[in-house]
Design a protein around this ligand. Structure first.
Ligand SMILES: [Zn+2]
Length: 176
């Protein structure tokens, strides 16, 4: 029912949703997009954790990191020499629905930074955690930072909405 002309239904500027063929495509580069709901994501995380216990953190971090490395390559191609990892991360967070990412201290370029993620989608439905749970976010940030800056970073989530903090906060430190 949304198959009308773009003039009639300008409900989305970033993506083309083709109900007939079951595809969502990003307009800027024609790449297919997979949409996951936040409740389903939370279920996936909970089940991974109950199956693999602390191994789930490694799996989720690694998923984020691999995808972050890919995004970092995309950003490097787009930025052509300008190495602005923060700008890249903020753009990906915005258009991928991770949440609202901001620098709260330091500077990624100098190797020490503190990032705040408000409205984080990854821990939206996880309550009363005793530890931060946004391993995917830490992985994504590490992957993008490593690839854009071409150095290795240690990334730790220090605050997390899932354990009652007002926002998720991630500390990034360049190694070596
Ligand atoms: Zn979190």
């Amino acid at each position: 029912m949304f198959r009308g002309s773009k003039k009639e239904a300008p409900r989305n500027e970033l993506f083309d949703i083709d109900y007939e063929h079951g595809t969502i495509t990003r307009k800027s580069d024609g790449i297919r997009v997979l949409a996951l709901g936040s409740v389903g994501w939370a279920t996936l995380e909970k089940e991974l954790t109950s199956t693999f216990v602390s191994g789930a953190a490694v799996i989720l971090q690694r998923m984020g990191y691999s995808y972050g490395r890919y995004l970092g390559k995309v950003a490097r191609a787009q930025m052509k020499g300008r190495q602005d990892a923060l700008q890249a991360l903020q753009m990906f967070a915005k258009e991928s629905g991770w949440g609202e990412l901001a620098l709260s201290g330091g500077d990624l370029g100098s190797g020490q930074a503190r990032l705040v993620l408000r409205n984080c989608v990854f821990c939206l439905h996880i309550k009363e955690a005793s530890e931060p749970v946004c391993y995917v976010v830490a992985g994504l940030i590490g992957g993008v930072a490593d690839e854009v800056i071409q150095a290795t970073h240690r990334v730790l989530e220090e605050r997390c909405v899932a354990k009652g903090d007002a926002y998720c906060e991630i500390v990034v430190e360049r190694l070596g």
